[in-house]
Design a protein around this ligand. Structure first.
Ligand SMILES: NC(=O)C1=CN([C@@H]2O[C@H](COP(=O)(O)OP(=O)(O)OC[C@H]3O[C@@H](n4cnc5c(N)ncnc54)[C@H](OP(=O)(O)O)[C@@H]3O)[C@@H](O)[C@H]2O)C=CC1
Ligand SMILES: O=C(O)C1=N[C@H](C(=O)O)C[C@H](O)C1
Length: 267
């Protein structure tokens, strides 16, 4: 499968280049960076620390999309929306790892998914997708006497909060409780907040150092507490999930899919 990696010089971009090259049946045909990035013209393999691949990093996406079967995209929301349009025009699979998309961006992604298979997840790892399935089950089993709090920690360079994963876990818990997350989410607390409301789903985002990604869903009940946690130790868990997704999406009918669909964890 002929693949493009966008955001080629980013933390995930470099990881993805390495993973594509080591995957049987996948070949890197394009590496895209933003207009004017310092890495334009550099060799993608050298950028990823695996030696020369003969794939220069480019900011000219159109010709690259024309010769690919899939694009793996971990960039920024504005770029992801633009790549979604290109992938839809080229009718190629689009794997979206980018987080921090607005409702308007989500609508544009859904529109693109009418023409191509789009797999989108705030976290492409097997572990977190299992964690989400467990959080949904536990939330369904417990009544709202158990307060749900979601705590995440990431490296100091992360630009969005709460993380896409925390949102995904919040959605899973809300689904388990059969409520809408936006009606129960508490995004931050400061000052005289008043007592916690029954049924709130709270979020806390910590930032610091080089933490790859840590998430805990806490169910705090009367005199007992359940905690479900995942700790990412290496970005390879995300890139291997993304490759699994793009191979799965090849030839699939247009639509917006999740990692749970790819991993067979959907209800
Ligand atoms: N779903 C998942 O499993 C995971 C998701 N993520 C998400 O992936 C995204 C990227 O994370 P990370 O790699 O750490 O971030 P980085 O900032 O390291 O990488 C993003 C890259 O995208 C580039 N970029 C920006 N605009 C464009 C554009 N228009 N065209 C092409 N490239 C562009 C950036 O370039 P420049 O810096 O020059 O602007 C940068 O190189 C984040 O949203 C993060 O939350 C991360 C890990 C796992
Ligand atoms: O920005 C990151 O680094 C990560 N982003 C994703 C998120 O927002 O949840 C996934 C992972 O936790 C790393």
């Amino acid at each position: 499968m002929r693949l493009i990696v966008t955001g080629a010089s980013g933390r995930m971009g470099r990881e993805l280049i390495r993973t594509v090259v080591e995957t049987d049946g996948a070949v890197l045909v394009g590496a895209i960076e933003r207009d004017g990035a310092a890495e334009i013209g550099a060799d993608a393999g050298e950028l990823a620390g695996i030696g020369h691949l003969g794939v220069p990093v480019t900011d000219d996406a159109l010709p690259v999309f024309a010769r690919a079967d899939g694009v793996i995209d971990f960039t920024v929301p504005v770029a992801t929306v633009a790549f979604a349009e290109l992938a839809a025009q080229a009718r190629i699979a689009h794997i979206v790892g980018t987080t921090g998309l607005s409702e308007d961006d989500d609508a544009k992604l859904a529109a693109a998914a009418r023409h191509a298979a789009v797999v989108r997840s705030g976290n492409m790892s097997l572990g977190v997708n299992l964690l989400a399935a467990l959080a949904k089950k536990v939330a369904a089993a417990l009544d709202p006497d158990f307060d749900i709090e979601i705590v995440e920690m990431h490296h100091r360079n992360k630009v969005d909060a709460p993380s896409g994963t925390a949102l995904m876990l919040g959605e899973a818990a809300a689904e388990g409780r059969e409520v809408a997350l936006d009606q129960h989410a508490v995004w931050t607390r400061h000052g005289q907040t008043g007592a916690r409301k029954r049924g709130d789903i709270g979020f806390q985002a910590l930032r610091g150092g080089t933490v790859v990604g840590e998430h805990t869903v806490i169910f705090a009940g009367p005199h007992e507490r359940i905690e479900l946690s995942h700790r990412a130790e290496d970005r390879g868990i995300f890139s291997r999930g993304a490759i699994k997704a793009v191979l799965w999406a090849r030839g699939r009918k247009p639509g917006l899919y999740s990692m749970a669909d790819v991993l067979g964890l959907s209800d």
